[in-house]
Design a protein around this ligand. Structure first.
Ligand code: ASP
Length: 297
């Protein structure tokens, strides 16, 4: 961590920085256990009056998930910014140093206060709820294709143009203090001729919730529908999300959610729906209450 900071001495003109390492992993190996440790440490640091903001360096593959998780469980208005790099440090034109500089700029700026956990890459500021990795290699991979950036960072100054509309951080009802494990939720993907077998296996191995990454508007074949209805009757919470990258999954469209006690994901991607469902399941498995949560976060 200190090596990273040393590479960009310019950050010392913006803020007093100290670094620490909570984990050194490929972000593909991120776990719920590490998330809980990270949330605890972030909340602890943010309570200190010596800390005005936090920057978290993170691999890009699961960065959006960690950002959204922290957005829901961080109990402070102080800026928390996640940053990564699309190019390796050894690349001819690495983007890591500039991204880190921008992230520090953002975390140190009063304009970032109260805006939830933010993501800063490629001179842009994104809302953790909406940002996603859209390209496997390009530098402008991190986007919110549906709803757009919150703003830009230019010449060391953040410029905001819109605000996150959904509940986050101090307005969030989710508390992970003292929680040592999150309820198990698995994602099942929809495709031609798919069956509910994967969902059934997930439940047999302990899943309390299933996020269905459905076709179109979260739609499903008769075969999957029958399987999911059956699982719901056993007390498993079913969230209909979509494999389509933008748009609302609407309630009671082609699927009668009221009748089958399904929950719709609104605009949340399957991977972010899973996070919200895990947190919701800490306190309830009532599909009506969980639907309320999906409309609010
Ligand atoms: N697989 C890497 C990770 O997400 C990619 C990266 O470093 O951005 O940790």
């Amino acid at each position: 961590m200190d090596n990273l900071i040393q590479e960009i001495p310019e950050v010392h003109e913006i803020a007093h920085i100290s670094g620490e390492q909570l984990a050194q992993i490929d972000s593909c190996d991120m776990t719920c256990e590490i998330w809980l440790q990270l949330a605890a440490r972030v909340n602890e640091l943010l309570m200190s009056n010596k800390v005005d903001g936090i920057v978290i360096t993170h691999g890009t593959d699961t960065l959006e998930e960690t950002a959204y998780f922290l957005n829901l469980v961080t109990k402070s208005q102080k800026p928390v910014v996640l940053v990564g790099a699309m190019r390796p440090v050894t690349a001819m034109s690495a983007d890591g140093p500039m991204n880190l500089y921008n992230a520090v700029t953002l975390a140190a700026n009063d304009k970032a206060i109260g805006k939830g956990v933010l993501v800063a890459l490629n001179d842009t500021v994104n809302c953790s709820r909406e940002v996603t990795k859209t390209n496997t290699m390009l530098q402008d991979s991190f986007q919110a294709p549906d709803l757009g950036y919150l703003g830009y960072i230019q010449g060391g100054i953040p410029y905001f143009y819109r605000l996150p509309a959904r509940r986050h951080t101090i307005c969030s009802e989710f508390i992970t203090k003292g929680v040592t494990e999150l309820p198990k939720v698995e994602i099942i993907y929809g495709y031609v001729d798919s069956s509910s077998i994967m969902a059934e296996v997930a439940v047999k191995t302990g899943a309390r919730g299933i996020v269905y990454a459905g076709l179109g508007n979260g739609n499903m074949s008769q075969s999957i529908k029958e399987g999911l209805i059956n699982l719901e009757k056993q007390g498993i919470v079913i969230v209909r999300s979509s494999r389509v990258s933008s748009g609302i999954v609407t309630r009671n469209g082609a699927v009668n959610d009221d009748k089958h006690h399904f929950v719709v994901s609104d605009t949340l991607s399957p991977q972010k729906s899973r996070i919200l469902l895990m947190l919701a399941l800490l306190t309830t498995n009532d599909p009506v209450e969980i639907q309320r949560i999906f409309w609010e976060y």
